[in-house]
Ligand binder design. Sequence first.
Ligand code: ACK
Length: 304
Amino acid sequence: DESRERDLELPLFDFLTIANATENFSEYNKLGEGGFGPVYKGTLKDGREIAVKRLSKDSTQGLDEFKNEVIFIAKLQHRNLVKLLGCCIQQEEKMLIYEYMPNKSLDAFIFDQKQRKLLDWPMRFHIINGIARGLLYLHQDSRLRIIHRDLKASNILLDIDMNPKISDFGMARSFGGNEIQGNTKRVVGTYGYMSPEYAIDGLFSIKSDVFSFGVLVLEIISGKRNRGFYHPDHKHNLIGHAWRLHLEEKSSELMDESLNDSCILSEAMRCIHVGLLCVQQSPDDRPNMSTVVLMLSSEIALPE
Ligand code: ACK
């Protein structure tokens, strides 16, 4: 049982408690800039390590994202989603308090040559499977039915055991009843991870998340950023084609990296296959996340 109903009452933290924990939001404690403001590391009096996202006061768009994040993530509990411990809303201050993820984001592990060495094949599979399960939970849970809309390597955080956790729900949307896709004039998200129908027409659905997931899988497997294959007009989605060529070209390199073990090789091929299915041009051709999870776990055969 990976998930359970969560009390909607989000714990409120006192401003002074958070100021003390982060040494008054010192630069030294700053982890980086998040979507709506700086993120700080802190330690509570009981020793628990936290990450604090502080809303910048001058950001109105940030306020929307902040509210969105509270609305969505407060309801979520799953081992592959970053856990919101509470919030602090006091006078002008608005903050979200999360569990601290000591291994930070997946982005560096994929693209930084030094860190990539730590990401061996079993670890890559573990991370891909974890992200798939987290996304399946968002899409499928009948209470939630959430489209993340900004799935990317820098939004996947890693805990001490390298379990992946999806974070950043500032752009998430829910879809209820029979409604299976939304339409927006304000296309937000990240260059290189956006599906063609979303980038061109602002159409988003669970299948646009599936596309981003596919990009992520191919990036994890190959260490190459999708951005290089991205064509902004997106009229013809050549991404799958470009990836195929790239993977063929690099296959000897990929093989050298310990892919001589036949179990690992077949799992890597499985991941590549799933990744390519997910980045197809037409949303209808992409599998949904329950199929993806089954394909990854080899419980259903991959299509020829
Ligand atoms: O990629 P990073 O090192 O991981 O830099 C970003 C930065 O803050 C701005 O988002 C890091 N970050 C965000 N949430 C957490 C968290 N819960 N634990 C640890 N680091 C975090 C993120």
